[in-house]
Each structure stands twice: as C-alpha cells, then as structure tokens.
Write a protein that binds this ligand. Structure first.
Ligand code: 6PG
Length: 241
C-alpha cells in the first residue's frame, strides 16, 4: 500500500513536473517500504524514472552516515544502493558537521534546490513520516524548540529525552508538501493515533497532530495494531495495511 502510493505519486510528479522530490522518514517502519520498492524494481514489477527522482530526509540523527542509527544509512541499505538513482539526486544531511552547521547547510541546499519564493516554503511532492508513542514525528518531539519554528526550513533540535540534537524539517515545510504519508506500525502507537485521528488532540499536544498540509494530501497508512483503537467509520484516507 505505501509502496503503491509512493510509486503513484512519483510517476505523477515526474509526468507533471519532470521530477519527483521526496523526504524519507527514518526509524524502523519505513524499512519494509523501502525494501519492497527495491525488490519491485529488481523484479521489474514496477519501473520508476529513478533518474528523475530526488531523495531527501525529513530528519536525521546527529551521527555519521555509516552509523547504524543513521537514517541515511538505513535508506541507502534498503533502497538507494539497489536502484539506479544518480548519486547527485541523493541529498543527505551532512551530519559530519556540527548540528547547527548541518542544519544550516541542509537548509541552504533546500533553498537552492527548490528556490522557494521569499516567505514561502519548499513544496515536496511527498514527505513520508512516522509517529512515536509520544506523538513525535520527524524529529519534532513534544515540548521541543523546533515545534515553534515558523521561518527556518530546518532546525537542529535539542531533544531532552534523547540528550541529543536531531536535524529536522520544520512544520512549515511539512505543511507545504503536496502529499504527506504517515506510515505507522505497532500497538504502541494505537493510543496516540486514536487521539490524533479521532480529533481528541484538541490542543495539538502531539506534534504529529500539527501536520496539516495547507494544500496537500494527508494519508495515514496504519497496520492493524496501530489502527486498533480507531472507530470503524474512520476517514477513508486512513487505511490499514
Ligand atoms: C526517526 C524518525 C522518527 C520515526 C518515529 C517512528 O528518525 O526515528 O524520523 O520520527 O518516524 O520514531 O519510528 P518507527 O517507525 O521505528 O516506529
């Protein structure tokens, strides 16, 4: 399901604008999606215009790119090393720099690539996001400074509970996307998914609840465990896989 959506959006974007821009999520849930995309490409099940596709990250841990915790490494191992994406189309966060410099450089690169009008934000064709049991998404964790960023595209966000900085796209960029796809697995997310999707998160306590693309599609792809607390008449854009 998520791989199908990815393929559909990628084909539409390249057909309409000659390129596809996607910000990948980290963590464990997307591994399966990336592996399936690579496997479908290997078997010829899907043919995608890989040379017209540009890969970015919605967030990154402040570790070297070959570190086991690196989101770049995870996407490279599962997908990017297995499909013919030109290296120049892979736009990783340079985490060998300090957190502040990595964020500043990533922002400069986004501005140079997307050339957003002054005061506007880059419009990704697709942003893939996950959600944590605490309602964080990308590296926008509850009660962290990056949540209130309204001007910058990227933040070096200090996350107290991790005692670490994380590099993350900010909410204005997430909400400028043409499509945002949450991919969620596991019963540990069921309660936060219920509160966010059933409108119980009135105060937008959860960062994930603040992802509301202004003029874009919002898709939630949930496994049955993550969807287990949702009312049966849930919005059709919320699909369980
Ligand atoms: C990260 C992710 C993070 C992730 C959620 C869910 O860098 O870890 O960007 O926001 O999407 O923590 O992770 P799982 O999919 O592994 O549950």
């Amino acid at each position: 399901m998520a791989a199908d959506e990815f393929t559909h959006i990628a084909r539409d974007a390249v057909g309409a604008r000659g390129r596809f821009t996607v910000a990948l999520a980290g963590g464990s849930t997307p591994r399966g999606i990336y592996s399936l995309l690579a496997e479908d490409a290997r078997k010829g099940v899907t043919t995608l215009p890989w040379d017209r596709m540009h890969f970015f990250w919605g967030d990154e841990r402040c570790v070297l790119p070959d570190h086991p915790d690196s989101n770049y490494r995870m996407a490279s191992e599962t997908l990017l090393s297995k499909v013919p994406v030109p290296p120049a189309n892979v736009h990783r966060v340079r985490t060998e720099l300090s957190a502040a410099r990595a964020a500043a450089e990533y922002e400069a690169m986004l501005r140079e690539f997307f050339l957003p009008e002054p005061g506007l934000f880059p419009r990704f064709d697709l942003i893939i996001l996950g959600i944590g049991p605490d309602g964080h998404t990308a590296s926008l964790f509850p009660k962290t400074a990056a949540l209130s960023e309204t001007l910058h595209l990227v933040a070096a966000n200090w996350v107290d509970k991790l005692q670490a900085h994380r590099i993350t796209l900010t909410l204005p960029v997430l909400n400028a996307a043409s499509a945002v796809m949450f991919v969620v697995s596991g019963g540990s997310k069921a309660e936060v998914v219920r509160q966010v999707l059933a409108g119980q998160d009135a105060g937008c306590v959860y960062p994930a609840g603040r992802v509301q693309p202004a003029s874009g599609r919002l898709l939630w792809l949930l496994d049955s465990a993550a969807a287990s607390l949702l009312p049966p008449d849930m919005d059709p854009t919320v699909r369980t896989q």
